[in-house]
Design a protein around this ligand. Sequence first.
Ligand code: MN
Length: 725
Amino acid sequence: MTIEALIEAVAAYNPNPDALELLRKAYSLALKSHEGQLRQSGETYIHHPLSVAMILADMKVDTQSLVTALLHDTLEDTSLTPEEIEATFGKKVLHLIDGVTKIGKFHFKKSRAEKQAENFRKMLLSMSEDIRVLLVKLADRLHNMRTIEWLDPAKQRAIGQETLDIYAPLANRLGIGWIKLELEDLSFRALDPETYADLRARVARKRKESKNYIDQIVRSVSQNLQENGVPGRVIGRYKHIYSIYRKMTLQEIPFDEIYDLMGIRVITDSKLHCYGILGLLHGIYKPMAGRIKDFIAVPKSNMYQSLHTTVIGPEGVLIEFQIRTEEMHRVAEEGVAAHWNYKENADGAPTLSDLKVVTWLRQLVEWQKELSDNHEFMNSVKLNLFPDEVYIFTPKGDVREMIKGATAIDFAYGIHTEVGHRTVGARVNGRWVPIKTVLESGDVVEIITNASQTPSKDWLRFVATPKARARIRHWIKEEETRQAAEIGLRALEAEASKLHHRFGEFTKSPHLEILLSFSDLPEPTLEDVYSRIGFGRLPASAVLRKILPEQTGEPPSPPQVSPHSSAVPIIVRGGGKDLLIGLAHCCSPVPGEEIVGYVSRGRGIIVHTADCPNLLHLSLEADRIVPAVWESSREAIFDVHLRVSMEDKPGMLAAVSAAISERGANITHAEVKQAKHLMGVLDFTVTVGNLAHLEEIMARVQHVKGVVRVQRIKTATAPGDHPGA
Ligand code: MN
């Protein structure tokens, strides 16, 4: 294999001197870059890229594909930089080489389900963006398979299996029949050398025996065509070893009973003559019923067209005929490559204007769902065969299809709704990332869950899949209903106590029926009544008026005065009557800390820590600040926000979570904030009993190996915003 042989082969179909000059340049660069490298066979490395380019030259591909072939291993295996490639050969070639390198990094393992193999093939197609990437990759794989005997047997088997599962079907899908058949035979040989050798010997014997027979048929058919004035060449052909093996194993037929080891192909000039020849053949030999296939009227999904018929030849031997035009023959052999126009347009890319190729690619991507608009499809075909899909690996190596834009949290919901709900973080390609990270084809994604995690409304801002969106909405709706029901129940209790009753008395008959009459559901529930009150759709007073009509005329009991009780164990002085007390979310006070109350407009008293950054601008309204103290007799739990900075390495989230739980706190929320410069930042919301408890937890986390810093987060909000909202 020499560069001169390559130049000669290319010049035969594309004599443009500029193109040939570019090939020489690519060759010298490849030669220089691979200098000193040897292949397993002991040959100099340059032999490989040259052979790959030669395979492609035989397919008459464009110059950029050939340059890509010559340089396809340089990015991965040599010190050549992307900048150097781009400087001489342009962005497009760099992009193509990059694509070949990228898909070369994925390896499909045996024993996956067929669906997995299909997803893997689609992933390679989708990552190829430009179909030329795949052409170069197929040629690369073909040459590697041709020289696979130099690898150790285990490696041969692994590569052979992957070729059989992934690359041969891809070649078939691209319609490149000869590459598919050769890859299959080479894989079969690598996987099972003995059976292969045995079968090959048998086929060779049979060929020898039947040579005279086939020659005789070829002669008599040719003669018959001539007599009838129908043009056509008649060729004897033999089945490939792997096709025979598949037939034997799938249909459990012994070798001696396989009747179509050989066949005959007739190639003519027009479709009309194809059908004419079919008629002529059936006039000479008796056709087998049910063995006539018209792939001209109904092409295969990879655009293969031909007429097939099996006839009973002399001495009762069955012979399969394939009848096709020259054009159909070219498509059957070269597939997508048959449509490449080597005449290049201005930017050096091959033209793909042929409408037929668009139809062809359409067939190729038969799984491609609804294509809204032909035009759109034509535009996207050159760049991206699957604009809307990405393919993601699970840690076990399964491949899942996701829509483009899908994030780590979408992926989690794709696994299972419960996994989605409990997601606290994700690792993509071994690195921690925020759960809103958009995934790319080929990413390996590991989801980290925690039993106490729950979905957040925030997630709706970045999820991309309808499934995740629906599940999160559903969860939030249920959660809000549950909270509203709690509020509703409390409102009823408060209303009842004003009337000197305990609400508990009313949940039995006959009051129960009255209560249930307020439910909107076909099967009324108390929870529904409570939540309607909690959502403000139904006043608690209206419910009690119906239960205790005789008391509703009475004036309500005197309003409560401060200090009053609330869900929060805090006593506020001088804050006004009947105001709700809530804890500020910005600083999340815990018992033991100094606190102050802030009388908000319309949302009750919000309690902040005395050192909350937001008090700076709140204290401008001094009359709204009221003293507050913790009510020591009551216990409760409190959410606080912690930020943990640590080394970015596996197992950290688990270790930190364990440290927190070990000290008796729950994690209600965890989020990976950022991961760069080998540092990870995790934000946690944890529930604690008081300041001492919190300090204990922080001290424990600080001691986890790899943790750099643990901070309490108190967020400042912009002035004018309602802090604590
Ligand atoms: Mn290679």
